[in-house]
Design a binder for this molecule. Structure first.
Ligand code: GLY
Ligand code: MN
Length: 485
């Protein structure tokens, strides 16, 4: 059918005909309703019956919405638009990633919709119309029927009716919220919204969504564990690969490949693969250098599994041996990492753990002559980052929640002490050009903590053993290759 259609210029095909051929199921070999994303019916390998997204049931989505409505003041309305599509060129979009709040509330992984949550309307979804040309080129999308049947919205309308229906809803609510991150002209241009905005009653909804998302449910924790486990397995494979292929770009590609072959949908963020001094650039993104023999490589990586991300960092020498100065600094950071992980428990806060780490590292840096004095700005130059952050659907999850917040069971945080010493730093020469970070993902439990990234080595002897035992076999393969070339 596609081949036949492509022989004709699109403008010659009547839209009635396109509607017939490009409707739901047009390209399916089975008679299954395609809603533009996996469902239990179309992807039984990914979703169980009753799940809206893999691992998260319909009941859980309904509970999330109920909880949010309980948190909101009475007669509230909250508008959350889906993430926008960003274009690379006129017809080529960047890969789409759904906004975490929109996904958390609706389970819809597709662009073009506006969700409204209110005490009067429950979940009302305004869904994009499926343009037959778009469906022909890009496949099926979730429409009004999907909102009702797949996402279990209480009400759903095509987006072209938003103007009238949402204006009425805004007119009769007492408190109006919206997701500032995805604020869209689709609703901001409405007279009713503008009026509310000018009168100063429109507030950011993320205060509430971040509150709801902070403590993870058992189902969310299973996805977080799986996401961390995939990232650990992928990073171990990448560490093994690094001895033969010490190149930032190859290690980035290897990690991504190993994650995706294990089921991850995408990277949690652009992998940071910093060889030698590049490890001092905290969010280094170029990944275009060869790693010099004897240098360390710092890899800060994570993947996303069905909406939940991991974030871990390991630093190691691809040659297989830490030098004495690498060992000295690494040891100090590893001690800080382990002590901070042990501090993770209900009742403490990221801020308290951070303050502990700063005191410990300041003292240690002074002892080895890396810090000349106690001034905070001197320390800040060696490590400007927080000891960690919340982790969940986003890498820096629930960013409106203060780091002073008391940690509770079900919250996941990172612990990531680091030291970043640029080559032009005025510290003793032997320390220059070294960047080290050791990052783990830690779940707060009733009694303490669970390290989600515990399956990847971080002790020097374990890392060296991993690299050298593996490399014996590979070196002989390598020499065979060299002999053949
Ligand atoms: N690993 C990315 C970050 O924590 O900023
Ligand atoms: Mn992190």
């Amino acid at each position: 059918m596609m081949q036949a259609l492509r022989r004709y210029p699109l403008q010659n095909i009547s839209s009635k005909f396109l509607n017939q051929v490009a409707g739901a199921n047009a390209y399916s070999t089975k008679v299954l309703h395609d809603v533009g994303q996996p469902t239990a019916a179309t992807h039984p390998q990914l979703l169980k019956e009753g799940e809206i997204t893999p691992g998260i049931t319909c009941e859980e989505y309904i509970m999330r919405r109920k909880k949010l409505l309980e948190l909101l003041p009475e007669k509230s309305l909250a508008i959350v638009a889906s993430a926008p599509i960003k274009m690379m060129t006129d017809v080529v979009p960047y890969p789409f990633r759904q906004d975490a709040d929109y996904l958390y509330i609706t389970g819809c992984q597709q662009p073009g919709g506006v969700a409204v949550l209110g005490h009067d309307c429950g979940l009302c979804m305004f869904m994009p119309e499926a343009d037959p040309h778009d469906v022909l080129w890009q496949g099926e999308v979730a429409r009004v029927d999907a909102a009702l049947q797949a996402f279990k919205a209480d009400q759903a309308y095509p987006i072209n009716r938003l103007h009238k229906i949402l204006s009425g809803m805004i007119g009769s609510c007492s408190n109006l919220f919206h997701n500032v991150k995805t604020a869209s002209s689709a609703y901001m241009d409405l007279e009713q919204f503008k009026k509310a905005y000018q009168s100063g009653i429109v507030k950011d909804f993320s205060i509430y969504t971040h509150e709801a998302r902070l403590v993870k449910s058992p189902a969310e924790l299973n996805l977080m564990r799986d996401s961390a486990s995939i990232a650990c397995q992928a990073l171990i494979q990448t560490m093994l690969h690094s001895k033969l292929f010490p190149h930032e770009g190859l290690l980035s590609a290897k990690f991504e490949y190993e994650c995706k072959t294990r089921g991850a949908q995408r990277m949690a963020f652009n992998p940071v693969v910093g060889g030698g001094p590049n490890g001092c650039i905290i969010h280094y993104a170029r990944n275009d250098q060869k790693i010099e023999d004897g240098n360390l490589v710092l890899m800060d990586v994570g993947c996303e599994l069905h909406g939940y991300v991991s974030d871990l960092t390991r630093t190691w020498p691809p040659c297989g041996r830490f030098s004495p100065v690498h060992e000295e600094l690494y040891h100090l950071l590893l001690e800080t990492n382990k002590e901070c992980v042990k501090l993770c428990r209900p009742g403490t806060s990221i801020r308290e753990i951070h303050d502990y780490s700063v005191e410990k590292m300041k003292k240690a840096f002074q002892e080895i002559g890396l810090l000349k004095d106690n001034r905070p700005e001197r320390y800040h130059m060696l490590n400007p980052t927080s000891i960690g952050h919340y982790l969940g659907m986003d890498v820096h999850d629930c960013s409106t929640v203060s780091y002073n917040r008391t940690l509770k069971p079900g919250v996941v945080i990172t612990i990531e002490p680091g030291v970043y010493i640029p080559s032009n730093s005025d510290v003793p020469e032997r320390y220059r050009g070294i960047g080290i970070r050791i990052e783990d993902d830690v779940l707060i439990t009733e009694t303490g903590y669970e390290v989600l990234t515990g399956s990847i080595p971080k002790e020097i002897k374990h890392i060296e053993s991993l690299l050298n035992n593996f490399s014996n076999g590979m070196e002989s393969r390598n020499s065979t290759r060299a002999a053949l070339s």
